[in-house]
Design a protein around this ligand. Structure first.
Ligand SMILES: CC(C)(COP(=O)(O)OP(=O)(O)OC[C@H]1O[C@@H](n2cnc3c(N)ncnc32)[C@H](O)[C@@H]1OP(=O)(O)O)[C@@H](O)C(=O)NCCC(=O)NCCS
Length: 176
């Protein structure tokens, strides 16, 4: 954390993350809203112009995650079902529980440029989200997501086993 950030937190101008984010790279012009409800793991890289919003529901980003430029992750929706009120005037207190759902990005995920991740989604370990994709439902581990109609394996089951074993041997501290 930079000295400027430390001073801003002390002065109450910046909310610290819920959990400690170590060895994280956050590129310029990244918008982080709801930091108190957001956790970013170690060795993670957040690309330029990302918009990460954790509203009532938390956003959890794991270790060794990479996001390309212009990625958006949002854990909530506005209410769209109220007759006789501008959506702009619907407050947080008027929201329904289903309007906010946690988002989890597991370890070793790469999210391509401009992808949008919506509420309630878990992206499984080791997966790739292609540039420009819109993700509305969970993505299984070690897959390449092009769209919900087109998800392909990144590795064979045997390769996954081998990959996990090699990571354990190489980075034992990550598996304690
Ligand atoms: C996900 C990705 C890595 C896949 O690479 P790949 O498997 O080599 O992709 P290919 O070019 O072989 O395409 C595989 C198939 O997916 C389709 N596809 C590729 N990228 C796609 C995308 N962004 N959205 C939808 N479909 C896509 C291709 O049309 C192709 O379809 P086909 O087999 O029917 O012809 C790559 O497409 C991508 O999105 N990279 C992100 C780049 C980026 O954001 N960089 C920022 C730096 S952090």
């Amino acid at each position: 954390m930079s000295l400027k950030e430390k001073i801003m937190i002390k002065l109450g101008l910046l909310t610290p993350f819920k959990y400690k984010a170590e060895d994280v790279v956050i590129r310029r012009n990244v918008s982080l809203q709801g930091r108190e409800n957001m956790s970013i793991g170690t060795k993670t890289y957040i690309g330029e112009n990302n918009v990460l919003y954790a509203g009532k529901a938390p956003l959890t980003i794991g270790n060794y995650v990479m996001t390309g430029p212009n990625v958006t992750i949002i854990t909530g929706d506005h209410r769209i079902d109220l007759v006789g009120e501008y959506m702009r005037n619907v407050t947080n207190e008027m929201k329904m529980p289903e309007n906010d759902r946690p988002v989890v990005i597991e370890d070793d995920v790469w999210i391509g440029a401009g992808a949008i991740i919506l509420k309630g989604v878990t992206i499984g370990r080791g997966s790739v989200i292609s540039a420009g994709a819109i993700v509305r439902k969970d993505v299984p581990p070690y897959t390449i997501f092009y769209s919900h109609e087109n998800i392909r394996p990144r590795f064979t089951p045997r390769q996954i086993e081998e990959h996990e074993k090699m990571l354990k041997d190489k980075y034992p501290e990550d598996f304690n």
